[in-house]
Design a protein around this ligand. Structure first.
Ligand SMILES: *Cc1c(COP(=O)(O)O)cnc(C)c1O
Length: 310
C-alpha cells in the first residue's frame, strides 16, 4: 500500500479498496465505467489508482492534456479530457489517443479529427454546449459521444432529448457518483470519481502533547477539560470537524497553521493516535462539518503538505 510517513503522521491509500469499489460499481450499474482520475485522482495519486482499477473500467476521465499524458504512461485504455480545449489543436489529443470535450460548433469542427465528445449544458452552465445547439455541434464534430455533468435525474432526461434520443453510434453518459443509484441515469456509461475512492484513504497523526486544560485555550479561548495537539494544521488542509482519538469519536476543536487542538479524554497520552479520515470516519461526514463536499475533503487532506512533506 502506498504510504507516506512523517512526524506529522501517516497517510495510507488502500489500492485494493479502490479496486473493489470499481468492481462493485461495475456490478451495480451493468454499463462501462469511465473512471474519473482528474486532480491526481482526487489526491490519491494517478500512479496508484490507474493500475488498480484498469482491469475493471472501460476508460479514464481527466481534466487536461497534461493529466492525460500521465494516464497514458500507465495504460492504453481510452482517455476523455473534460476541460475546455482552449487553443489546443486536434493533433495534441491524437498524439495521446485522448478525446477532447467540445462545447461549440466551432470547437467541434476544429477537433473533428480527434473524435471529440460533446459536453451538453443541462444546468451546470460551465464549459458546455446549450441544449438547443447540441445536434448541430454533434454533426459539425461528427461526434460519436456526448455527455452532460448532471446532479439531478431530470438533467439526464433533458440531455437525452437534446441529442435527439438514444441512438446507435452515439455513446451517452451523464452520471457521476451521485446518480449511480438511479438506473435511468446510467445510459451507455457512468463517470464516477468519489465513489471509487470511498473508504480508501486513512490519515493519522500522533498526539504531540496532551494536557488538562486550564481555562480558555487556543486562539479563540475554547474550553474543554482536556485537550491534545497534533502537528497538522490548515497548511495541511485540515479544518475543525470530527476525528477519532484512540478509536473513539472526538473532534478537532481549532486549527492553526501547522498544528491543531483535539478534544482528549483522561486516559489519552502523547503518542496516541488521532485519525483524521479513515477507520469508518468518511469524507462525507467530515464534509458536513467543514461545509464542503466530500471531494474537497479528500483533495484538501491529501494535498502535498498533508502527506510527503516533513
Ligand atoms: C468530476 C466529474 C465527475 C465525477 O464526479 P464525482 O461526483 O466525484 O463522481 C464526473 N463528471 C464530470 C464532468 C466531472 O467534472
Amino acid at each position: 500500500m502506498p504510504q507516506w510517513t512523517c512526524n506529522k503522521g501517516v497517510s495510507t491509500i488502500d489500492s485494493e479498496r479502490v479496486r473493489r469499489n470499481a468492481r462493485e460499481i461495475a456490478a451495480l450499474v451493468g454499463v462501462p465505467i469511465l473512471a474519473v482520475v482528474k486532480a491526481d485522482a482526487y489526491g490519491l495519486g494517478i500512479g496508484m489508482v490507474v493500475p488498480a482499477v484498469a482491469e475493471a473500467v472501460a476508460g479514464f476521465v481527466v481534466f487536461g492534456v497534461a493529466e492525460a499524458r500521465r494516464v497514458r504512461e500507465i495504460t492504453d485504455k481510452p482517455i476523455l479530457c473534460l476541460g475546455p480545449v482552449g487553443d489546443a489543436v486536434a493533433q495534441q489529443y491524437l498524439d495521446l489517443k485522448a478525446r477532447p470535450s467540445v462545447c461549440t460548433v466551432d470547437e467541434a469542427r476544429r477537433m473533428r479529427a480527434a473524435s471529440p465528445a460533446l459536453c451538453v449544458d443541462t444546468g451546470m452552465q460551465r464549459f458546455s454546449c446549450p441544449a438547443q445547439a447540441a445536434r448541430q455541434a454533434l454533426e459539425a464534430g461528427e461526434c460519436k459521444e456526448a455527455f452532460t455533468h448532471a446532479v439531478r435525474p431530470q438533467q439526464a432526461a433533458k440531455f437525452i432529448e437534446s441529442v435527439g434520443g438514444r441512438q446507435r453510434g452515439l455513446v451517452l453518459h451523464a452520471a457521476g457518483s451521485s446518480l449511480l443509484a438511479d438506473p435511468s441515469c446510467r445510459l451507455d456509461a457512468v463517470r464516477p470519481g468519489l465513489a471509487l475512492y470511498r473508504g480508501a484513504v486513512r490519515i493519522s497523526a500522533p498526539l504531540a502533547e496532551v494536557r488538562d486544560s486550564r481555562g480558555p485555550a487556543g486562539y479563540r479561548g475554547f474550553e474543554v477539560p482536556r485537550h491534545g495537539v497534533i502537528l497538522r494544521g490548515y497548511s495541511h488542509g485540515l479544518r475543525p470537524g470530527p476525528c477519532l482519538v484512540n478509536g473513539r469519536k472526538s473532534r478537532v476543536i481549532e486549527v492553526g497553521m501547522q498544528s491543531a487542538f483535539v478534544q482528549a479524554e483522561p486516559a489519552d497520552r502523547a503518542g496516541d493516535e488521532v485519525v483524521l479520515i479513515g477507520d469508518g470516519l468518511e469524507a462525507d461526514e467530515i464534509g458536513l462539518a467543514w461545509n464542503a463536499t466530500p471531494q474537497e475533503v479528500l483533495v484538501s487532506l491529501l494535498r502535498q503538505g498533508g502527506t510527503s512533506q516533513a
